[in-house]
Write a protein that binds this ligand. Structure first.
Ligand code: ZN
Length: 254
């Protein structure tokens, strides 16, 4: 099973990522942009992934080949919900990683040691701004921004390589696409490529389901509601404990 997640997956955890600005803004107004980032990081650290993440994790563990996640979200919630980091591809990076703002090709490092002190009223970072351990330039989150020529894609590329290796080892895994809109088509493009490889699709999208393909399933619901409905269906079919294999026509089974 492949989980292909867009912005609609994170919304039910109560998080909506604010505009991080541009690489230029980090250079021109570093205290202000770091203030926004520090505030967001605090919120993301405190947030709990909604119940849908746990369901996906449990289903993935029952799959013979396991589960891989393709996500455009930067919240790190799949890992927080128990997914193995080596089975998550974050195509836009992560709010929990930092890189050099000049992209000196140095390391990407974790925010674990970062304790954001933000003046909420002024929306400014207080104290010294984090810097690159290699060259001493300003640090910035390892998140892909608009017109981002300084984006360090090393970590993301490694994750992508693991995804491609896993895809080579499995046959047409079911794609569970969740909350991926047309506006940012990265996730939808991935889904399309998987369909061309023979994968079946369950698309969960509150406003833009519309698969128009009788072989596949669309659920015009929010992420958490749809996943809980799928779990209720699985329980009612008795397939949560493999007690019954149900021939269900052509509909994808998970
Ligand atoms: Zn550097």
């Amino acid at each position: 099973m492949v989980v292909a997640a867009g912005a609609g997956m994170g919304i039910d955890s109560g998080l909506r990522f604010g505009n991080m600005g541009s690489p230029e803004a980090f250079q021109q107004r570093p205290a202000a942009v770091w203030g926004v980032y520090g505030h967001q990081l605090n919120l993301y650290r405190a947030a709990t992934p909604h119940a849908g993440f746990g369901l996906l994790h449990a289903w993935g563990q029952r799959m013979q080949q396991g589960c891989f996640v393709f996500t455009s979200n930067i919240d790190g919630h799949f890992q927080k919900a128990g997914f193995t980091p080596a089975r998550v591809y974050e195509c836009r990076g992560s709010i929990h990683r930092l890189q050099c703002a000049d992209n000196c090709k140095g390391p990407i490092w974790s925010t674990t040691d970062l304790r954001p002190q933000v003046d909420e009223a002024a929306c400014e970072w207080r104290g010294e701004l984090p810097t690159c351990p290699r060259c001493g330039a300003l640090a910035r989150p390892n998140i892909l921004m608009a017109d981002d020529w300084q984006w360090n894609a090393t970590r993301s590329a490694q994750q992508r390589m693991l995804l491609d290796m896993w895809l080579d080892s499995v046959q047409a895994p079911l794609v569970l696409e969740i909350g991926a809109g047309r506006a940012v088509p990265t996730v939808r493009n991935f889904t399309r490529r998987m369909q061309l490889r023979g994968s079946r699709l369950i698309r969960i999208n509150l406003h833009e389901a519309n698969i128009h393909n009788p072989r596949d399933i669309e659920l015009a619901l929010g992420a958490k509601q749809a996943l809980q409905a799928l779990e209720a269906h699985l329980v009612s079919q008795g397939s949560t404990n493999h007690s019954k294999e149900k021939a269900d026509g052509d509909a994808p089974r998970i």
